[in-house]
Design a protein around this ligand. Structure first.
Ligand SMILES: *Cc1c(COP(=O)(O)O)cnc(C)c1O
Length: 417
């Protein structure tokens, strides 16, 4: 992918990224990002962009956001040393515990930030899309917290697969709208949410769940999620005796990864994003977008996507619903093209194995998404002994129990042997 940029272009763009100058005024991260939307959506995006410019870095918005992060989300989340994992891997392993955030993952940082913004923009109600339901739950909770009605658009197929999350959203006071069109999963849900947004761009706020889509979402979500890396950076200095040599995060749309990486871009730290390698390298067997994809436009953004030779977006597979996405945020596309961040993948089996190891050795049931980062970190530790490793522990795995019970627990079986 580095062929996408000349070497001097790449280093100039990386320097601009580190100085905090990206995206540019057109919402571009070098060649990536921007806003490729139908004419009907332009006024809604322009209104949102103006609102973000006015409020996001305003002192009173920031004060309310930080207060909610502290009192309601439970931040700062802990930085946890992993002694048994460190010993077994021959490394010094530290975990940034987003699993301890309210509702069990990093998604709440973005949801509460955008819910506060919606209120300040005078929205009467919020809409959101969801695939597996995790962003729907975070949005429902955040909207309840700020007192705005929330409608979550969810594909009819996903509603069946993720019934417990539908119930959680309803109990948190949201309406769940079944989307029967298209593929009846996440992509159709996003299209339906956008169609609804254009009917009333002043009354409706669209709360998008990852660092993807048209400008200003990739920027807005990065700014709200950067609290992860800001805290982790300081905590490493205070508790671990210094910055890590390397940091890992899993990448679906890329919001927890950009939240961890962005504040570390200017440091001498190797950064590695881990995508879903699924069951193999074949078409439709994985969601390793950056590792195997090509440039194209998906949902309003020019980025790297999984598509066939005719530009048809490919189906993806991952054991973790949160990584099962055929695109990725445009800032990651740039960070890969500049060489600053390396993107690799871990398979379903490797993720499952890592989940079990972390669970049994540190007493932390991590999410299947996050387990991909652990699997990659373990491989890295084998090749580079003695490194100080930071892992973004994006969420907890309680939601994955229905999937996990399909696999025998290795740890339990040898305890009885
Ligand atoms: C949704 C989710 C992800 C993937 O989303 P990103 O936007 O790539 O962060 C990762 N981990 C957990 C626990 C999630 O719920």
């Amino acid at each position: 992918m580095s062929a996408l940029l000349q070497a001097d272009e790449a280093s100039a763009l990386l320097a601009a990224a580190i100085r905090g100058e990206l995206p540019d005024a057109r919402g571009r991260f070098g060649p990536f990002g921007g806003r490729y939307v139908p004419e009907t959506l332009v006024p809604a995006f322009e209104r949102l962009e103006a609102g973000v410019r006015e409020h996001l870095h305003d002192a009173s918005f920031q004060a309310e956001f930080r207060k909610e992060l502290h009192e309601w989300v439970g931040r700062p989340t802990a930085l946890t040393y992993a002694p048994r994992l460190s010993e077994s891997w021959g490394a010094d392993v530290w975990l940034k515990r987003e699993d301890l955030a309210h509702t069990g993952a990093h998604k709440i940082n973005n949801a509460i930030g955008q819910a506060i913004l919606a209120k300040r923009l005078g929205a009467k109600r919020v809409i959101a899309e969801t695939g597996a339901g995790q962003h729907g739950v975070a949005s429902a909770a955040a909207c309840a917290r700020v007192g705005l009605p929330c409608s979550v658009y969810m594909g009819a197929v996903d509603m069946q697969r993720q019934a417990p999350n539908v119930d959680r959203m309803l109990r948190l006071g949201a309406e769940v709208v079944a989307v029967e069109s298209g593929d009846k999963t996440l992509r159709a849900a996003i299209d339906e949410a956008l169609r609804t947004w254009v009917t009333d761009p002043e009354g409706i706020y669209y709360l998008l769940g990852s660092a993807v889509g048209a400008h200003p979402y990739p920027y807005l979500v990065r700014e709200l999620q950067s609290v992860i890396g800001e805290e982790a950076r300081q905590q490493m200095i205070d508790l671990a005796g210094g910055l890590p040599d390397v940091a890992f995060a899993c990448v679906g749309g890329g919001s927890n990864a950009i939240g961890l990486f962005y504040p570390l871009l200017g440091d001498d730290i190797e950064l590695i994003g881990v995508e879903a390698g699924g069951t193999g390298n074949g078409l439709g067997q994985n969601a390793a977008t950056l590792a195997t994809g090509t440039p194209g436009v998906l949902q309003g953004s020019y980025t790297i996507i999984l598509q066939d030779d005719d530009g048809q977006v490919q189906e993806t597979h991952s054991i973790s619903a949160g990584l099962d996405y055929s695109g990725v945020g445009p800032e990651h596309a740039l960070l890969q093209a500049t060489g600053r961040v390396k993107y690799i993948s871990a398979t379903d089996d490797e993720a499952l194995e890592a989940l079990e190891e972390l669970c049994a050795s540190e007493g932390i049931l991590t999410a299947l998404e996050t387990s991909h980062a652990f699997a990659a970190a373990k491989e890295y530790a084998k090749k580079h002994p003695g490194k100080r490793i930071l892992i973004g522990n994006s969420g907890r795995g309680d939601k994955d129990m229905p999937t996990l019970t399909q696999y025998p627990a290795r740890t339990r079986s040898h305890a009885g042997a």
